[in-house]
Design a protein around this ligand. Structure first.
Ligand code: DGL
Length: 290
């Protein structure tokens, strides 16, 4: 175990004094954003993180842009009250619908997962044919073709909404034959279009990356925007001189804090399966107050 990464949440910090000592806020509609948090933890083990999962109102993927934006603004206000130094919108649907509105009001740096994912896909493709699988909301927003088009106008982007993947992930059916069969049906259309790169455009999907990879085949590069998002965050924090300078010391605050809007115990056991460092508590808050 690295001394810098607090495996049990038992090691704690001095009360932060400098801006760079403040935590990073990460949020998602539920557990999917933990796949982004885990990359941030690996890349920047000195950072403190506050995670919020909107477990009372998940899924966002079949809600209107207006509703997703309202939810996201409430979460941003909650995270700002927790004195975060930066925010990561670790949800594709919220990034697609709400990021622009959040950026207008956010006094700290804020990034989403879509621009990093688009950039990684443009780097990965050889034939310029990129598939995107995501929630119905993210696909309907057209954001991936737009962002990829800005980087490489010659690329062709094919999107496919995969609404059954989120409940399959939430049910823990990560390796199940049912998941494989559904993946086969969803991906068939994209495979017929000869894509060579596939963006996992929903933060839940990296948890079934094994099945998706098997179905897509070795000729297709899977792009997980989570890693690229963590890298972008590191660049941003460095530019703003906000990178946490020191390894954690002893004090009163846990390195990682988890908040949810419902089902804290269920979230905790799920999170422990995704994040390789024990999570002691997940606290339920009333997000409608924000
Ligand atoms: N995590 C969300 C996303 O990345 C998917 C789950 C949901 O529909 O809320 O789009």
């Amino acid at each position: 175990m690295s001394a810098e990464v607090n495996a049990s949440n038992a090691a704690v910090f001095e009360a932060p004094a400098e801006a760079s000592d403040r935590p990073v806020g990460v949020f998602d509609s539920g557990v999917g954003g933990l796949t982004v948090m885990r990359e941030i933890m690996k890349l920047m083990p000195k950072e403190r993180i506050i995670y919020f999962g909107d477990t009372a109102r998940v899924p966002y993927g079949n809600k209107s842009g207006e509703t997703v934006t309202r939810f996201s603004e409430q979460i941003m206000r909650f995270l700002l009250k927790e004195d975060v130094k930066a925010i990561v919108v670790a949800c594709n649907t919220a990034s697609a619908y709400a990021l622009e509105a959040l950026e207008r009001d956010c006094p700290v740096p804020i990034i989403g997962v879509i621009v990093p994912g688009a950039a990684a896909a443009v780097r990965a493709t050889r034939n310029g044919r990129i598939g995107v699988i995501a929630t119905a909301g993210t696909i309907a927003s057209g954001i991936y073709p737009r962002e990829i088009g800005k980087l490489n106008p010659d690329s062709r982007v094919l999107g496919k909404a995969c609404p059954l993947f989120v409940p399959l992930v939430e049910e823990g059916l990560w390796q199940d034959p049912v998941t494989r069969e559904i993946a086969r049906r969803y991906l068939e259309e994209l495979m017929n279009e000869d894509i060579d790169t596939l963006i996992l455009g929903c933060t839940h999907y990296p948890l079934i990356q094994g099945v998706i990879g098997e179905v897509a085949g070795a000729g297709v590069t899977l792009v997980n925007p989570a890693y690229e998002t963590a890298r972008q965050l590191e660049i941003l924090l460095r530019e703003r001189e906000l990178l946490s300078p020191e390894a954690p010391g002893l004090g009163n605050e846990p390195q990682y804090r988890f908040y949810v809007s419902d089902m804290a115990e269920q979230f905790k056991s799920f999170a422990n399966a995704i994040i390789p460092y024990g999570i002691l508590t997940a606290k339920k808050i009333d997000i409608e107050r924000y």
